[in-house]
Design a protein around this ligand. Structure first.
Ligand SMILES: *Cc1c(COP(=O)(O)O)cnc(C)c1O
Length: 479
């Protein structure tokens, strides 16, 4: 028997039924956990400890709710990982994927070819993004988006004949993904420590984290201005002729929903223009409605040269990332020969079709409008009213449907807890046990629910968060 016959004989019988069954098979929580522990390495996890305690198994979702394998109904205060903007279970997106998989599941966009979904998506993004953004490059994630940003930035300066402009300035406690370039751009110390070799010519300035880092009697506005001016100092130190770009999240997401005061971004923009440096807004979380604007840079009132997109682009239903290019950058890239970068799945037809359905839903159902005028202001006020003068809440940051709650030992003195992160973990565990998904970054508790959330569901999140914070204070013996 030849190898070939054997293979066919093995594969053929009852194969479709068996595989359908395998994906549908329901197991007990204990079985899921055992198999997960035996074979699955999770991202950003201490696997030894996770395997001993066991993961929560999420089996289905609808709207803003998740269900685990023990049939607990959990309210998702994080929209998955900041991405499920239209909420779970939207048939429009599932239908778009199904139709596209039948019509044209894949074709590449490398060799003088294109396809309808990527064309529709690009035209739609140009319509929805601010005026100067008319060109988009696609990838599969935010990390790849920021890798792409570096390629575009260097190509741009090469086309301008400014070959010495090689340095990119980023911020400590920024997050730009977990590829090697993304991790190097980001300012998470523990990620840097893990990687002995990094992308060259990336340097960091301090973050605009008022509650944790402002000294003396500076107002938030004065502090933000001083932090922005670190960019100028860094440029002068390196030499403007050597600096290619500055990158930042309009508000830091993973870093703790840190919202800079209004003085920050205009000053950053002034400095970038003065020294002829490209300004990159990493909109992976801020994009597609989180603050109530389509893009977070619109909320803060500045105009970047490049925007990184992912997460909300497809509401997380399938992976996709993108980079938007300002006309002046696009022109230089388009008119100067080969751009030597691409991913097999750049502009993947299924992802593009889902993105189009998602963006139309955000627009036509007026989901983002509602965040801006209705649910966003309601959420922000509710949080601020509920936690006013709370003994362990030092600050509430945010706009639209994203918020950070600073846990603090002495809120009035802006004194944080010693052993940063311990108290956040306690609070997160109370949330978890109360069937609320809320994330902790150090001692900041984060919320970023699906943008379709209604007021009743907002009330539920805030009251569950209050219970968890109260229980945390009680455990610490603070009242
Ligand atoms: C999540 C995130 C990324 C990375 O996106 P991935 O899809 O996880 O690669 C980049 N930048 C920001 C601001 C993010 O929040």
């Amino acid at each position: 028997m030849s190898y070939r016959t054997e293979e066919v004989a093995y594969v053929q019988p009852a194969q479709p039924a068996a595989s359908a069954q395998a994906t549908q098979q329901k197991r007990s929580t204990a079985e899921y956990r055992a198999l997960d522990a035996a074979h699955h390495i999770h991202p950003f996890s201490d696997m030894g400890s996770l395997n001993r305690s066991g993961s929560r198994v999420i089996v289905k979702a609808q709207g803003v709710y998740l269900w685990d394998s023990d049939d607990n109904k959990i309210i998702d205060g994080m929209a998955g990982l900041w991405c499920v903007n239209v909420g779970y279970g939207r048939k429009e997106l599932a239908d778009a994927a199904y139709r596209q998989m039948q019509e044209l599941p894949f074709y590449n966009t490398f060799f003088k070819t294109t396809h309808p979904p990527v064309i529709e998506l690009s035209a739609l993004l140009a319509e929805l993004a601010p005026e100067p953004f008319n060109h988009f490059f696609y990838c599969n994630s935010g990390s790849e988006g920021n890798d792409t940003v570096l390629r575009i930035v260097h190509q741009y300066w090469a086309t301008q004949g400014k070959h010495s402009k090689k340095f990119v300035i980023s911020r400590k406690n920024g997050y730009h993904g977990s590829t090697i370039a993304g991790g190097t751009l980001g300012g998470m110390g523990y990620m840097h420590e893990q990687m002995p070799s990094k992308v060259e010519n990336i340097v960091h300035i301090d973050q605009p984290y008022f509650f944790g880092e402002a000294e003396g009697n500076l107002t938030p506005e004065e502090f933000a201005l001083a932090r922005a001016q670190q960019l100028e100092a860094k440029i002068l130190e390196i030499g403007a002729d050597n600096v290619a770009a500055f990158i930042g999240e309009p508000f830091q997401g993973a870093g703790g929903v840190i919202f800079p005061a209004s003085t920050y971004w205009p000053e950053i923009q002034r400095i970038c223009r003065k020294y002829d440096i490209l300004l990159v807004a990493d909109e992976v979380i801020g994009g597609f409605g989180r603050t109530g604007e389509w893009f977070a840079h619109q909320h803060f009132g500045f105009e970047p040269d490049l925007i990184t997109l992912a997460k909300g682009l497809t509401s997380g239903y399938v992976p996709m990332g993108a980079v938007g290019l300002h006309d002046r950058v696009a022109k230089a890239i388009i008119e100067n020969g080969d751009f030597n970068h691409g991913l097999t799945y750049s502009g993947h037809p299924v992802a593009a079709a889902v993105a189009v359905a998602n963006l139309k839903l955000l627009r036509d159902d007026k989901i983002i409008d509602r965040v801006k005028t209705d649910t966003g202001p309601y959420f922000q006020k509710k949080l601020r009213d509920t936690f006013a003068n709370h003994p362990i809440i030092g600050e509430i940051s945010g706009a639209g449907l994203v918020a950070g709650l600073q846990l603090a030992e002495d809120p009035k003195a802006r004194k944080r807890f010693a052993n940063g992160g311990e108290v956040g973990t306690i609070c997160r565990d109370f949330c978890f046990n109360g069937n609320l998904i809320m994330r902790a970054t150090g001692d900041r508790m984060l919320l970023s629910p699906p943008l379709v959330i209604n007021k009743l569901e907002i009330d539920e999140i805030v009251s569950k968060a209050k219970k968890a914070v109260d229980a945390t204070a009680q455990q610490l013996g603070i009242s």
